[in-house]
Write a protein that binds this ligand. Sequence first.
Ligand code: PMT
Length: 218
Amino acid sequence: FQPGLLQGKRVLITAGPTFEAIDAVRGIINLSSGKMGYALAQAALEAGAEVTLISGPVCLTSPVVKKFIPITSANDMFTAVKNEVAFNDIFISVAAVADYRPAIAHTQKIKKSDNTMVLELVPNPDILQYVASLPTPPFCVGFAAETEDIDQNAENKRRKKKLPLLVANLAQEAMGANDSTLILFDDKGKHTLPKAPKIDQARRLIEHIATIYKQHPN
Ligand code: PMT
């Protein structure tokens, strides 16, 4: 795409999974490798943006962004986003944030026994919903990994979170993979980016974001 497409714009991206501790050695994690979020950070840099990347635990090397913030849990990610959001024009929420965390994170390792165990979970904050509801939010782009009924689930999420753009993908195809198919939902309808390497999808998506952002910055 045109270099300089996002020149002077500040882009905040969340990527990867969040890890929710059960005890000192165990936890709950989503199946996100961080590849899509890191590809978007790379594409935003190529477009001339100043990028802040907030990332859950992944095995990838970050592109050379302005600020890289490693986090572990959804609450850590929420704190980091709240600290950074006011300095950004565009927020792209690619992270697979755990919707729940264990009610108690034991500091010691829980001893194994033959008994059945019940794990109590409490809801995590919805980071994207918080950002999109701010009095002057950045331009918000959400992602949705669905296993079925992509169109309906994605449009519902877009409306519920009042997002100008939501990017849907099939969880079983996209999570951890090098390639993905992206389906974009915005005010003009639905637009599919056929299966391709994530870096190519990221460049196409950044181009799409830049176009809509220019039309309505918020
Ligand atoms: O990392 P990869 O292996 O490359 O895989 C990429 C991906 C499949 C993880 C990515 O493309 C993707 O789809 N990310 C969103 C995962 C998802 O299912 O999100 P969700 O439907 O739970 O949430 C919808 C949106 O709200 C997302 O933008 C999410 O970042 C955000 N959210 C969700 C829950 C929460 N507590 N806080 C949030 O901000």
